[in-house]
Design a protein around this ligand. Structure first.
Ligand code: G3P
Ligand code: MG
Length: 251
């Protein structure tokens, strides 16, 4: 079971900031997850909420702010909201990354940035994994960059769950821990899909997920949940073999 640092190691440092990502890597995660938005001025930043109110000293929607306005905010302990490129440069190929497309108009700039890192900075495409609750944005991403693996996120089980996913070309269903069941994991595996579960923060929950045979868990406290097998102590590439066709070609 892979351990994925949720917003870095957000139990230990301000979420989605550079110290949080450094801490996750120190704790030996298999992958780091974070969320992105596109600003009014076009930059892609790493941030979770649609408003800056909860995690910074500012107010208002992140998408309606300029880069200068965002950089003036304190995201916790004096940290700045980072650009996607700053996070990539900090992680610097040490572990694979899961970019969650949170905002609208993120698929295109994220695909461009990933392409640039693959072409110019020699990142392998396996270091990238892109997910979203917004399956249209995810589909657009797959059209633009079909070689990068994708995960569709679900907070509940929608109708036609499996028909939406079967033969969709996506790599995984990323599911809320409250709704995941053993049967669901079995059904996903039978259709060639991986299952990643968010957010798992106790050893007890982690053991339950291991029993359900899930492929990975997102955690704010990666060290607490990696006690299970110890394999998260050794950073390793999460292998993301290509599925038959990109998500874009799904029905
Ligand atoms: O991708 C898993 C998890 O990050 C989804 O929920 O709200 O923490 O981005 P959220
Ligand atoms: Mg997320």
């Amino acid at each position: 079971m892979k351990i994925i640092g949720h917003r870095g190691a957000s139990g230990y440092a301000p979420e989605n900031t550079l110290p949080s990502f450094r801490q996750a890597i120190r704790l030996g995660v298999d992958m780091v997850e974070f969320d992105v938005y596109t600003l009014k001025t076009g930059e892609v930043v790493v941030f979770h909420d649609d408003k800056v109110n909860r995690t910074t000293n500012g107010k208002g929607k992140i998408e309606s702010k300029t880069f200068d306005e965002v950089r003036a905010l304190d995201a916790g302990n004096g940290e700045k909201i980072p650009l996607l490129t700053e996070v990539l440069d900090t992680i610097n190929k040490q572990v694979p990354i899961n970019i969650e497309l949170k905002g609208a108009n993120t698929a295109r700039p994220v695909a461009e940035i990933i392409q640039r890192y693959i072409a110019k900075k020699k990142w392998s495409k396996e270091l990238f994994f892109v997910s979203s609750f917004d399956h249209n944005e995810l589909r657009l991403f797959s059209t633009l960059l079909p070689t990068v693996q994708t995960g569709a996120i679900f907070s509940y089980l929608p109708r036609r769950f499996w028909s939406k996913l079967q033969n969709s070309g996506i790599f995984s269903a990323n599911i809320n821990s409250r709704v995941v069941t053993k049967r669901m994991v079995k059904a996903a595996h039978a259709r060639g899909l991986k299952v990643f579960v968010y957010t798992v923060n106790t050893e007890r929950q982690a053991r339950r997920m291991a029993r359900l045979n899930v492929d990975g868990i997102f955690s704010d406290y990666p060290d607490r949940v990696s006690l299970l097998n110890g394999d998260a102590k050794t950073p390793q590439l999460l292998t993301l073999p290509l599925t038959k066709k990109p998500f874009a070609q799904a029905n």
